[in-house]
Design a protein around this ligand. Structure first.
Ligand code: AP5
Ligand code: ZN
Length: 217
């Protein structure tokens, strides 16, 4: 399957993507994670991306599209993928369509996670991520690690993202509404959008997502 996951910052895209990708046996491709990996390796791309991410803005399309294309062309993505955080505006969605069409492929679904803004803010404020693996995501209230500051899965150090400060989150939400939400209409025109509520326990949301993808509603 080829799926796009869309939703505001903090909706739980990364959390759900980890489970959905496993259930569906497809790789989880997160442009945010790819940028953060470049930042931690101090690459030129990482240095460029950091300046935009810290301000809550989108990284320019040219570099983002090239990076996403390169990742989607890896052998493990041949049979499908779950895109998390890409596309993030209409020109990225158009570029993705072109990429897929040139390979004779198409998307199966766009899964839209709906969460009220006050919940998004609570989720982001308490989020803690493992330094060893960005798929190890915790929350200081909703998903507490057994030991403060230590990842349950690998013992790695938990940290708070630089772009999770209150001001930057506000900016990221604004960017989501103005630039990313329009892709939902873009994909509605292709009859691809499946909307679910992302409220409730993590496993309830995963089940809701799996059911909705099966039904295709
Ligand atoms: P990115 O990394 O994609 O961030 P985001 O879209 O802002 O999303 P988040 O990672 O903040 O949230 P999430 O929805 O994954 O939530 P999570 O699962 O962690 O992008 C970061 C930046 O990179 C962008 O601002 C931009 O600069 C750049 N970028 C990335 N892609 C780009 C692109 N295509 N073009 C241009 N620039 C791009 O969950 C949040 C918290 O809630 C966690 O603590 C979790 O434990 C908790 N939680 C999750 N589910 C539940 C639940 N059901 N109940 C209670 N708590 C829950
Ligand atoms: Zn870990």
């Amino acid at each position: 399957m080829r799926i796009v996951l869309v939703g505001p910052p903090g909706a739980g895209k990364g959390t759900q993507a980890a489970y959905l990708a496993k259930n569906l046996s497809i790789p989880h491709i997160s442009t945010g994670d790819l940028f953060r990996a470049n930042i931690s390796h101090s690459t030129e791309l990482g240095k460029l991306a950091k300046s935009y991410m810290d301000a809550g803005n989108l990284v320019p399309d040219e570099v983002t599209i090239a990076m996403a294309k390169d990742r989607m062309e890896q052998p493990d993505a041949e049979g499908g993928f779950l895109l998390d955080g890409f596309p993030r505006n209409v020109s990225q969605a158009e570029a993705l369509d072109e990429m897929l069409q040139s390979g004779g492929m198409k998307l199966d679904a766009v899964l839209d996670l709906e969460v009220p803004e006050d919940e998004v803010v609570r989720r982001i404020a308490g989020r803690r991520i493992c330094r060893n693996d960005s798929a190890h995501v915790f929350h200081e209230t909703y998903k507490r690690p057994k030991q403060d500051g230590v990842c349950d899965e690998c013992g790695g150090e938990l940290y708070q993202r630089d772009d999770d400060s209150e001001d930057t989150v506000r900016k990221r939400l604004e960017v989501y509404h103005t630039q990313t939400e329009p892709i939902i209409d873009y994909y509605k025109a292709q009859d691809l959008v499946v909307t679910i509520s992302a409220l409730g326990k993590v496993e309830e949301v995963t089940q809701r997502a799996m059911d909705a993808l099966k039904r295709g509603d």
